[in-house]
Design a protein around this ligand. Sequence first.
Ligand code: 2BA
Length: 109
Amino acid sequence: MKLVMVIVQDKDAVHLLDGLLARGLRATKLASTGGFLREGNTTLMIGIEDERLEEVVQVVRATCRAREQLVTPLAPLGGGSESYVPYPVEVLVGGATVFVLSVERFEKV
Ligand code: 2BA
């Protein structure tokens, strides 16, 4: 068994959940915050049998897309500078960040 942790933009989370549930896949939705942008995103935990792992990844690919977002860094991305003037830069966020973990034991009590 695997535990898939998927970090997605809030805009995509509803479609991803719908896609998973439509296929009988179970998920837990967590409200999370990106460390870089400090904005809300969504983390889904999905417990899945090994043979259905690719199905989960396909649903993620089909429902999550990358978007450009403007961000004004509080400090220069490349290191410190005394004459730093903040200006907005574009970063590409998503579609999804996917971690696949092996599950040693799974029980429902
Ligand atoms: P954030 O940390 O808020 O990052 C949002 C986007 O900002 C990232 O998109 C990336 O394009 C950019 N970014 C992040 N750190 C950067 C840096 N030091 N310099 C320049 N640009 C930077 P994604 O890569 O698609 O990540 C989306 C969200 O997924 C992240 O939100 C974070 O919550 C999570 N994430 C990504 N990689 C992760 C990792 N290795 N471990 C844990 N969480 C991760």
